[in-house]
Write a protein that binds this ligand. Structure first.
Ligand code: FES
Length: 90
């Protein structure tokens, strides 16, 4: 949906800009031109800014963020031999 008609800026563009680090109306104006002409979009842009600030990056769900992986060291042949000895019993 268009938020800023004068500069053809959509709510999605504003959300993306916030996700990329825009944290103020000044930064939104500098980046997208929002509220730089007639100013009628200012209140809605400010509301979007408030809603999106502090949110995790939109479009990047927690499931899409990989967890750190712990890699176990390889088992040596000596270690395997000891394990099979322990399994076979006395
Ligand atoms: S609608 Fe955004 S500056 Fe006019």
């Amino acid at each position: 949906m268009y938020v800023c008609i004068c500069n053809a800026v959509t709510d999605r563009q504003i959300r993306e800009a916030v996700a990329c680090g825009c944290a103020s109306m000044r930064e939104l104006r500098a980046r997208l031109g929002v509220a730089g002409r007639c100013g009628k979009c200012g209140p809605e842009a400010r509301q979007l800014l408030g809603e999106c600030a502090g949110c995790p990056l939109e479009g990047r769900s927690a499931a899409a963020t990989p967890e750190p992986v712990t890699v176990e060291p390889p088992v040596s042949r000596a270690g395997l031999a000891g394990a099979t000895d322990a399994l076979s019993g006395p």
